[in-house]
Write a protein that binds this ligand. Structure first.
Ligand SMILES: [Zn+2]
Length: 137
């Protein structure tokens, strides 16, 4: 697994294995999520994969009523809104994903700073079946 390219395809492949993987610069130890192949901080080109733990904190969120096609197919939309948010992982990097376990109809009850855990959601049929990153409040 260490020799996978630092691309979103590899990132998604890892998600399929239920691993949340970031790339880390071997020169300056900066972490990138989603992964980057080059380090913008020090211009280093030597990256390595590191697996993130499962805990993070909700930094920001929004409720989605106008869903993109993939989410409409998953049953979301105007009548069944969902939450997305930005989560900062314990290791430092932040990433946006769907947030489960919160009531999108009651956004006033959703608090920034809520502890969340990594979750993996399988969505789609047949060839389109894919694992998506999510967080569970
Ligand atoms: Zn670097």
């Amino acid at each position: 697994m260490a020799d996978r390219e630092f691309t979103s395809a590899s990132f998604n492949q890892f998600l399929g294995e239920h691993k949340l993987m970031a790339s880390r610069c071997r020169s300056c130890a900066a972490l990138y999520l989603p992964p980057r192949a080059l380090c913008p901080a020090c211009h280093g080109e030597e990256m390595e994969w590191v697996e993130m733990g499962s805990s993070g904190v909700l930094l920001a969120f929004t409720t989605i009523h106008i869903a993109p096609t993939a989410m409409i197919e998953a049953g979301y939309g105007k009548e069944n809104p969902y939450c997305t948010g930005i989560v900062q992982l314990a290791e430092g990097p932040a990433i946006s994903a769907q947030i489960l376990g919160l009531d999108p109809r009651l956004p006033a009850q959703i608090a920034v700073g809520t502890q969340v855990r990594v979750a993996f959601v399988e969505r789609g049929e047949g060839d389109k079946r894919r694992t998506h990153l999510a967080f569970e409040a």
